[in-house]
Ligand binder design. Structure first.
Ligand code: ADP
Ligand code: MG
Length: 364
């Protein structure tokens, strides 16, 4: 994807927050009714998505990405923290009263376009229903039909497909319908949880371009959850990296993915085949690091037994130029050494890290 090298930062992106997640925590009880054990799925997550901005949330399976989206969508009740839309804490609002107003501000698109549309109904049904529930169908039958056609056009589908059943559509077309259904509500924020991971590679780019268009033309803000770093780089203004329920690094996508400062981000980046880093992928080293990641206990990333990582929670360090809004939380990060002073640094896998990076670091 040659165009992936151009800056994905949208002209439409602002610094006005659309969605603010503050100190979000979530534990799930495990071990039966009377057990006091719980698994910590999220811990102290702070993340802001500005208006007209796409933020990618990346991390391996089980890191807590879906739990975060489900908490924001109020499908799951957080254990702690606050979630603000347009400055209003949605968790403090009464669930029943707030739900319709809330749904019209925030919509979710799920991974599985097959499971999310009831096979018994035609496409028109899903879109009409969304319009009706949120009072967006206009004042007349003609107006509703016009709105339906418009939605189909926006997501790149023929209007006559309104008469089709879900099984008559391809996976990519179904995901477009799911997006149209979300758009019918005219939301400010869309949470898309791995929206392309079940689609054929050939149609993924079309759905990514549709999301980009919605950001650029309608100023919609998005949380784009993925484990595909290439698509995060292609689509997202900023990327946040989640490991074991915590955000460990965040920054403008191009900066973060070309100069990952956290060992975990480096691990993720090292797993992506990249011609620019030919020969850099060392499966043995990667397996060792993975082992270390999985064995970590107190600190989220306790990879090096010689480092006193676990005593305190790491603080945020700014990485490089403040304009890139790039930070990392890691005890191993040495601001004066750029990103060079940690786990993957000994490998010949960092040729894409410019030498100038060594002077860029500044402690936040
Ligand atoms: P991801 O989307 O990044 O793959 P998830 O958010 O689905 O990760 O899961 C994060 C962690 O929370 C996992 O350890 C998972 O097992 C746990 N988890 C998620 N949902 C539940 C649940 N309903 N009950 C118990 N544990 C859960
Ligand atoms: Mg998930």
């Amino acid at each position: 994807m040659s165009h992936a090298l151009t800056s994905p930062v949208a002209a439409s992106a602002t610094r006005t927050p659309a969605l603010e997640i503050r100190g979000l925590g979530k534990s799930f009880p495990i071990g039966g009714l009377f057990s006091r054990e719980s698994v910590r799925a999220l811990h102290g997550v702070d993340l802001t998505i500005n208006r007209g901005e796409i933020v990618a949330l990346v991390g391996e399976s089980g890191s807590g990405k879906s739990t975060l989206a489900r908490c924001v969508a109020r499908l799951e009740k957080p254990s702690s923290g606050a979630i603000l839309i347009d400055g209003v804490d949605i968790l403090k609002r009464d669930r029943f009263q707030a739900s319709r107003a809330f749904r019209s501000q925030l919509q979710m698109v799920f991974q599985d376009p097959f499971g999310s549309l009831n096979p018994a109904h035609r496409i028109e049904h899903f879109l009409r229903r969304s319009l009706a529930i949120h009072g967006k169908g206009g004042g007349s039958a003609e107006e509703t039909v016009r709105r339906l056609d418009e939605l189909m056009t926006t997501v790149g589908l023929q209007a006559d497909m309104l008469n089709s059943y879900p099984h008559e559509l391809s996976g990519g077309q179904r995901q477009r319908v799911a997006i149209a259904r979300a758009l019918a509500v005219e939301p400010q924020v869309i949470l898309a949880d791995e929206p392309t991971s079940m689609l054929d590679v050939s149609v993924r780019i079309g759905v990514l371009n549709l999301m980009r268009k919605l950001r650029d033309e309608q100023g919609i803000s998005m949380l784009y959850i993925t484990h595909d770093l290439a698509s995060a780089r292609y689509l997202a203004d900023r990327t946040a990296v989640m490991f074991a329920g915590e955000l460990v690094e965040e920054g403008e996508s191009l900066d973060l993915l070309s100069k990952p400062a956290h060992p975990y981000t480096q691990l993720l980046v090292s797993a992506v085949p990249d011609p620019a880093r030919a020969g850099s992928y060392d499966p043995v080293r990667r397996a060792e690091l993975r082992q270390a990641v999985m064995a970590s206990t107190t600190c989220a990333f306790d990879g090096d037994p010689n480092q006193a990582c676990s005593a305190d929670e790491p603080v945020r360090h700014q990485v490089g130029n403040p304009e890139n809004r790039h930070w990392v939380r890691c005890h191993l990060y040495r601001p004066w050494a750029g990103a060079a002073g940690h786990a993957l640094a000994g490998e010949p896998s960092q040729p894409n890290r410019p030498a100038s990076n060594a002077q860029e670091g500044a402690s936040a």
